[in-house]
Write a protein that binds this ligand. Structure first.
Ligand SMILES: [Zn+2]
Length: 160
């Protein structure tokens, strides 16, 4: 437990890495994400399955995205409507297997699967890394990518 952890997101219930990994693997299996050696991957089929679960994946035209967000964020999840929004170019790259673009999509899916909700959280204890929604979503994305045989990284994305 480090008390000097730099909190980046909402404070949520703590999760261990093994729980996050488990959720990421289940998501991959449910949506049919499998490791593929193909240069041009076809993950669009997997993302389209989200609709069967009432989840909306809404790619936004890049021009509209940059005017709406001033590029301060590169992905968004709305827990009220179960809607994930990303710039269209990122969606297209993720479907083809681009690691960075997939990390953005899996990060937003992590918020959804891990049940992150805006919530009041009173505690006298300082927040820990395991309670940071952004850390949890990053770890979720890393474990999903690892499941697809992408190299794991300790990247942190600050703006989504
Ligand atoms: Zn996030």
């Amino acid at each position: 437990m480090s008390s000097d952890y730099q909190f980046r997101g909402q404070r949520v219930s703590p999760l261990a890495e093994a729980q996050i990994q488990n959720s990421a693997i289940i998501l991959c299996e449910v949506l049919g994400f499998k490791p593929s050696r193909s240069k041009n991957k076809k993950f669009d089929v997997c993302f389209e399955r989200l609709a069967e679960y009432g989840i909306t994946l809404d790619p936004v035209e890049d021009r509209d995205w940059s005017s709406a967000t001033h590029l301060s964020i590169i992905g968004h999840y709305d827990p009220q409507t179960l809607t994930i929004r990303v710039p269209n170019s990122k969606y297209v790259e993720a479907c083809k297997g681009d690691r960075t673009a997939l990390a953005i999509l899996f990060h937003e899916l992590g918020h959804l699967v891990l049940g992150h909700q805006p919530s009041m959280h009173f505690s006298v204890m300082p927040p820990t890394q395991a309670e940071d929604a952004e850390w949890q979503a990053d770890m979720f994305a890393e474990y999903a990518l690892a499941h697809l045989n992408y190299e794991m990284r300790q990247l942190t994305f600050d703006f989504y």
